[in-house]
Design a protein around this ligand. Structure first.
Ligand code: SF4
Length: 63
């Protein structure tokens, strides 16, 4: 499963980072950095929660 970010929607709110900090990180400028695009085994539940938490619907998952 792969994480897709719509950069035009991301506003740097950081909800994703709070639910899944091992994957999502905001850099010093508030830009979202993906530590990996591929969802690691065992992280799917946290990543799905993070995707659903995004207030601007900037995140989606591709299988
Ligand atoms: S929660 Fe959404 S808007 Fe906020 S940093 Fe994550 S992807 Fe961007």
């Amino acid at each position: 499963m792969k994480i897709v970010v719509d950069r035009s929607r991301c506003q740097g709110y950081g909800m994703c980072e709070s639910f899944s900090p091992e994957i999502f990180e905001l850099d010093g400028d508030g830009e979202l950095v993906l530590r990996t695009e591929e969802v690691p085994e065992g992280a799917a539940d946290d990543v799905q929660t993070a995707v659903m938490s995004c207030p601007t619907e900037a995140l989606s998952l591709e299988s």
